[in-house]
Write a new protein. Structure first.
Length: 251
């Protein structure tokens, strides 16, 4: 059997981070879940945004089996990671002033809605401006970011602020600067990032909390079923019809 020491070390590191976030961010996650439920109950719409690899966790809660049907991806063209060539263009777009405001203004988002913004560093212009503009037009903003970056890097936004400075609720992913959990002899750069594992878990924990809070309000959570189980497509069709005015990935 091959030596899997590094694989085991990564699992240990990821599990340790998940435990820290579970224990230390439980209040913030609960608040975010409650805010999502409140938005749904009030007839509002839900959006998630992330650029680069941060977009993966946003996409993970949109139109998926076991997911909340009302989560919509707020997409900024060219910033989803490797959807453009060269891929480095996406990183450059994250630093462009004015882009977030233009995207948000042309989106279906409106006052009373909720936006989850995911940005590991929280230092680039795009997520900071997205949060600023969203709150200015009446959206509630949940930010998932690494607070370590606010203490060890400088903001790239003209305000000098980070994403965490412009959110109603902030959840700290606990990821260290550089997003690499392992080092090893013969490998010159740190490696094995865990931000996607942790942030996706946070997003699912928020969705679970939101579902729980909706039930407490006497509202059946509009969840999606897998299309690969009998009756799944029919179930999803009914949910999407009932909530058609708040689902935008179907239009």
């Amino acid at each position: 059997m091959r030596d899997t020491k590094l694989a085991g070390q990564f699992f240990d590191a990821a599990i340790g981070l998940l435990e820290r976030v579970r224990d230390e961010e439980s209040d913030a996650i609960a608040a975010a879940g409650a805010a999502i439920a409140e938005t749904v109950a009030a007839g509002g719409r839900l959006f998630a945004f992330g650029a680069g690899h941060s977009s993966l966790a946003a996409q993970d809660v949109v139109y998926r089996a076991g997911g909340l049907a009302l989560m919509n991806l707020l997409s900024v063209p060219g910033t989803l990671g490797v959807d453009v060539m060269p891929a480095t263009l996406g990183s450059a777009l994250e630093r462009v002033d004015g882009l977030a405001g233009a995207v948000l203004d042309s989106s279906p988002a409106r006052s009373g809605d909720l936006l989850v913004i995911i940005s590991l560093s929280g230092r680039n212009a795009l997520p900071v401006e997205m949060a600023l503009h969203a709150r200015a037009v009446g959206l509630k903003v949940v930010g998932i970011t690494s607070v370590a970056y606010t203490e060890g890097t400088r903001s790239r936004h003209s305000s000098g602020g980070f994403l965490r400075d412009h959110c109603d609720i902030v959840i700290d992913s606990k990821i260290a600067i550089g997003d690499a959990e392992l080092t090893a002899e013969g490998i010159e750069a740190p490696f094995a990032p865990a931000s996607t594992v942790v942030t996706s878990a946070v997003m699912q924990a928020m969705m679970a909390t939101a579902a729980e809070r909706l039930v407490e309000r006497g509202i059946e959570p509009p969840m999606l079923r897998s299309g690969n189980v009998d009756g799944g497509h029919e179930w999803n069709g009914r949910v999407m019809t009932e909530y058609a005015d708040r689902i935008f990935y179907q239009q």
